[in-house]
Design a protein around this ligand. Structure first.
Ligand code: PMP
Length: 363
């Protein structure tokens, strides 16, 4: 079987070595006589798996003991709902930087809570193709939290640095989680759906400062109370066990095969440079959606063709050539190549070669 070059935005490509190991362990995990997706989440084997996932995540990001690392089913969208219920008190205000659809979803949740959302900046007018200078925004000390989406999966923008805020800084890192080193101590919470950089779909990963959990009001449904996830080791109910197992493998791959986040960041920058470089070399045939290189995502590379009619042709011909998942998000159209951690450089090279040939043939 020839694996295709997979540029889907999530669920997305996984490292081949991880998939092969999972394939073996699906049949039999260790010497258990049963597969990894068939065992109790209360078994000692699964206990070791989830602990390994948490500890590997902590080592990779250098997370101190003042933070909890939790798995929350329902994905990043569930965490947005939980954040509104857990951390916005009656009359409280959470401040947002609106950099696209996913920021808007988080804003909507807060506006359904007992408090409200204040939008400090919105990129709606420029079609979310630009980012603000975060150092100029009026972050308030007494905000319930400040919320930023680090990487905008649909628009293709990415913040590489973050402001120091007095209120807890919450960052949705769904599409650039563990793609470069960060100082976790700067954040109240980092969260993201696992299905892009960390494993298959089925859960979100949350890294939250422990003291914030004390702010959670009484009386919430236990499934919507983050302190219950912390107390019960992410196992108040049955967790997404197979997803967590896969996440533990992907995190191990990052640590052992890639050699950590510094190396990962370098590889990601190289891949993105290849692709953005190909647009520059095309004499305008390919046009990056995000014009300012400092705002461009290294994970989701969005682009258009000068001749928009050719976009559908490109997607089709690329698929025939074994390059799949290049269609832009349905809300914006155009093209998007998602080149997450697990996307091999060889896939990006194949795409660059294809784009160059396509431009020659059609240009
Ligand atoms: N935030 C970002 C940045 C995303 O890209 C997505 C999904 N594409 C979400 C949140 C929503 O994630 P989920 O589907 O896990 O709820």
């Amino acid at each position: 079987m020839a694996r295709k070059h997979n540029f889907y935005a999530g669920p997305a490509v996984l490292p081949v070595s991880v998939v092969k190991k999972a394939q073996e362990n699906l049949l039999e995990y260790g010497n258990c006589g049963i597969g990894v997706a068939e065992m109790s989440h209360r078994s000692k084997e699964f206990d070791a798996i989830i602990k390994n996932a948490v500890l590997t995540a902590k080592r990779l990001y250098n997370v101190g003991d003042d933070y909890e690392v939790l798995f929350v089913q329902g994905g990043a969208s569930m965490v947005m709902a939980i954040n509104a219920l857990n951390f916005v008190p009656e009359g409280g205000v959470a401040q947002f930087v609106d950099t696209g659809n996913w920021s808007k979803r988080a804003i909507k949740e807060v506006n359904r809570s007992k408090g409200s959302a204040e939008v400090l900046w919105s990129g709606a007018e420029c079609g979310y193709s630009k980012l603000p200078d975060l150092s100029t925004l009026p972050f308030k000390k007494d905000a319930a939290f400040v919320h930023i989406t680090s990487n905008n999966t649909i628009a293709g923008t990415q913040f590489r640095t973050f402001p120091k805020t007095e209120a807890p800084l919450f960052v949705d890192m769904s599409s650039d989680f563990f793609s470069h080193p960060i100082d976790v101590n700067q954040f109240g919470m980092l969260y993201g759906g696992i299905q892009k950089n960390l494993g298959p779909a089925g859960s979100a990963l949350v890294i939250v400062r422990k003291d914030l959990l004390e702010r959670i009001p009484e009386g919430l449904s236990e499934m919507l109370d983050l302190s219950i996830y912390a107390k019960k080791g992410s196992m108040y109910n049955t967790p997404a066990a197979f997803t967590i197992y896969m996440t533990s493998l992907v995190l191990e791959w990052l640590e052992k095969e890639i050699g950590g986040l510094e190396n990962m960041a370098k590889m990601n920058a190289e891949k993105a440079a290849l692709l953005y470089g190909a647009f520059d070399a095309s004499g305008g045939f390919y046009q990056p959606v995000v014009k300012d290189p400092a705002h461009r995502s290294l994970m989701n590379v969005t682009f258009r063709l000068a001749d928009a009619e050719l976009e559908g042709v490109l997607i089709q011909e690329a698929a025939e050539a074994g390059l799949i998942g290049l269609k832009g998000h349905r809300s914006v159209g155009g093209l998007r190549a998602s080149i997450y951690n697990s996307c091999p450089k060889a896939s990006v090279e194949a795409l660059v070669e294809f784009l160059s040939q396509f431009a020659k043939n059609k240009g």
